[in-house]
Design a protein around this ligand. Sequence first.
Ligand code: NAG
Ligand code: NAG
Ligand code: NAG
Length: 456
Amino acid sequence: MARFHCHWQRVLICVCGTCICLVLLFVFLGVMVCSHMNKAAPQATIDALRSPKSPRFVAFGSFKSKNFASLPKTFWRLNEDSFWNQLQVAIDRHFNPILNAQNAVMAIKNKDIYDSVLRLSFLAVTNSESMRRKFEQLPQQMQDFVSRMNHRNYPVIMHSTNATCGAGAADEKEPPLLLLAIKSTELNFKNRQAIRQTWGQVGWVATHRKNSKRKQEIGGYIRRVFLMGKENPQDSGGDVAELLRMEGQNYGDIVQWNFSDTFFNLTLKDVLFWKWFSGHCGQTRFVFKGDDDVFVNTPNMIAYLHDELERPHAEHAMNEFMVGDVIGAAFPNRVKQSKYFVPDSFYNGLYPTYAGGGGVLYSGQMAKRLHELSGRVHLFPIDDVFVGMCMARLNVYPIRHPGFLTFDFPDNEEQEPCAYHTILLVHKRSPMQLIELWDSVSKTQNECWHVPLRVS
Ligand SMILES: *[C@@H]1O[C@H](CO)[C@@H](O)[C@H](O)[C@H]1NC(C)=O
Ligand SMILES: *[C@@H]1O[C@H](CO)[C@@H](O)[C@H](O)[C@H]1NC(C)=O
Ligand SMILES: *[C@@H]1O[C@H](CO)[C@@H](O)[C@H](O)[C@H]1NC(C)=O
C-alpha cells in the first residue's frame, strides 16, 4: 500500500512539473509579445489615422457590458463602412491604452492633442471617395451636421453672472448640492418661467426628513441654469435677443452659446455645459441635466442624493455616479420621417447603454470626467446617445432608477393621491401643468411625506 502511494506521488510530480514549465513558457512568450507591441506603437498611430483600414485589431479596454458604441459583429472585425464608426475607430485606436500606451499618457497631459487628432481623422475619412459618395446620399439635416461636426468651441454670448455657478449663489453657507442645468430654447419663455416658480426654485430646499444624528432638517442648496443656443430669426418671426438679454439680467440663470439651436446641435449643449461647469462649479456635488418640459420632484431628489451620499464608499462611488431611465442596446432609428432618423451609412451598430428621456442626474466629478473625455469623441447628432458613448469610453454605465418616468405613469397610477410623491421626474408636462402639479404636491406634503420612492 505504501509503495503504491509513493508511485502515484512520482507520477503527480512528473505531470505537475511539466504543466508548470509550460505555464512559465507561455507567460514568457506573452511578456515578449506585449513589449514588442509597445515598441511598435508610435509609427502605427498616424498610419492608423490616415488609413483607418490598416490594423484590424482594436481592443476598447475592458467593458462591463457589451453594449458599447460601434459594436463589432465579431471580435476582430469592426464595421467601418459607416461614416461615424469610421471616424471614431481611428480615434479610439489612437488612444487605445494597450495598442498605443504613449498616446494615452500624452493625451492626459495635453488635451490640445484631441483637437488635432479629431481633425486628422475627419480629413482622412472625408477625403475618401467612397465616403464622399455616402455623404452626398445623407439627408440634408445630417449633411448640415457633418459639415459642422468639427466645430465645438462656440463662444458664450450670454452669461449673466460670470463668476458663479448658475443663479442662487447669494448667502450660501455650504457648497451647492445640486445644479439644475436645463436645456431650453429662446422662445420657451413660458417653460422657463414655470420652472423658476416651481421645481427649479433656487436657494435652500428642505426635504421633510430629519437627520437621525443631528436632528436637523435634511436639505441642500440648489442652483439653476438654462442652456441655450440661438434661434434662427427667420424661424422665430423676429429677433428676441433684447427680451432675452433682459431676462438674463433679471434672473442671472441663462448661459447662451453662439450656435443655432437645432435638434442635431443639442449635443453641443452637453459638451459646452461640461466645459462651463468645469470652469465655474468646482464645489457642486450633483448636476441634474434635463429638458424644459419635465416635472421634477426636487425635495425627493435631494433626499435621494443624501441617501446616496450616506452609503458606504460614497466618495468613491461618486466618480461613476449617473442615474436616470437607462436604455440598453438600443437600435438606431431607421424610419426616414423620424426626427431621430440615423441612416445605416452614418452609424452602424447598436447604441451604447445610455440614460435618456427628459432628465438625468450625475455627480460633479462625472461632469468633469465627461468634459475631459468628450474631447476625443466625435460629436453625434443624438445628445443622449453621445453622452452614452462618452460613458462607455470611461467604462462607466448609468444606473436605472424607477423614479424617472420617461413615458408617464403606468395605467391610472397618476390618479392616486400621493402619485407625484413617489417619483423623481416625469416627462412630459406643459408650463400650466407644472404650476398646478407643484401646487398640489406642496399641499399634500404632510399627508404624503412617508410615501417611499417608486420601485420597479
Ligand atoms: C463675463 O465675462 C466676459 C469675458 O470673460 C466679459 O466680456 C463680460 O463683460 C462678463 N460679463 C459680466 C456680466 O460680468
Ligand atoms: C455669432 O455667430 C455669427 C455667425 O454664425 C456671427 O456673425 C456673430 O458675429 C457671432 N456673434 C458673437 C457675439 O460672437
Ligand atoms: C449647428 O450650429 C451651427 C452654428 O450656428 C450651424 O452652422 C449648423 O448648421 C448647426 N447644425 C445643425 C445640424 O443644425
